[in-house]
Write a protein that binds this ligand. Structure first.
Ligand SMILES: Nc1ncnc2c1ncn2[C@@H]1O[C@H](COP(=O)(O)OP(=O)(O)O)[C@@H](O)[C@H]1O
Ligand SMILES: [Mg+2]
Length: 225
């Protein structure tokens, strides 16, 4: 068992007018490589905050997050952006595709940022779009795609850089049950060589959570006993 990601005693306090909100309260948690972890808990319990800290989108008020042996908490912002691009993939509830780019261009985006040459970028994007069942939609723009198709493009985009950890914040939250099922199958399917990708996903759906190797329950910014 290899530990890939570790949050140590993290807290997150947001300013809120004159006041503050404690979104996470001294939480510690670690993740095994190749496992699926489902994060569940009531709305407002700190799930998205936790995922954003783990993925290096935001920084904890105190405590640290380590990926493999690298502490990402103290990394300067420009380095962190490069690090995220190299190691992490993120899937949002609202897909977050770029509306003026077509499906293939959306998938190529992280590869462009990583400096991958045009020909390689295009070949990779086409290959991954095929894998998510969208080979015939590569020139479609987000507004010409259904919700499920948009989420497939978003998954292809997240997978394009072959990340070691894939994060998903309620990826099926805007989809009907059967479309959501297809998306989950895509997210949880084994990689080549039957090794699983490390997947950390937030879900409201207990059926989804039941497919995870580990369920983490959060309440009021802390792990539920
Ligand atoms: N950027 C922010 N500024 C201020 N408060 C925030 C911010 N983001 C989240 N919060 C607050 O932190 C708490 C946890 O939010 P969140 O992590 O989004 O919960 P969940 O994803 O479990 O619904 C909530 O009380 C929320 O209102
Ligand atoms: Mg949330």
């Amino acid at each position: 068992m290899t530990q890939i990601l570790e949050a140590k005693d993290i807290s997150k306090i947001y300013p809120s007018g004159e006041d503050t909100v404690t979104a996470l309260n001294h939480l510690s948690l670690s993740f095994e490589a190749g496992k699926i972890t489902a994060i569940v808990g009531p709305s407002g319990s700190g799930k998205s905050t936790l995922l954003n800290l783990l993925a290096g989108f935001d920084r904890p008020s105190s405590g640290s997050v380590k990926h493999q042996s690298t502490d990402i908490t103290t990394m300067p912002e420009t380095l962190l952006a490069t690090y995220r691009l190299a190691h992490f993939g993120f899937i949002f509830q609202n897909y977050n595709l770029i509306s003026i780019l077509n499906a293939q261009e959306n998938v190529e985006m992280p590869l462009s940022l990583a400096g991958v040459p045009r020909a390689k970028r295009s070949a990779t994007a086409i290959e991954i779009l095929k894998r998510v069942g969208l080979a015939k939609r590569s020139t479609h723009y987000p507004n010409q795609l259904s919700g499920g198709e948009q989420q497939r493009v978003a998954i292809a985009r997240a997978l394009a850089t072959n990340p070691s950890v894939l994060f998903a914040d309620e990826p099926t939250g805007n989809l009907d049950t059967s479309t959501g099922k297809g998306i989950l199958e895509l997210l949880t399917e084994p990689m080549e060589g039957s090794q699983h990708r490390t997947l950390i996903l937030i879900t409201h759906d207990m059926e989804v959570a039941a497919r995870a190797d580990t369920i983490v329950r959060i309440r009021d910014g802390a792990l539920e006993a």
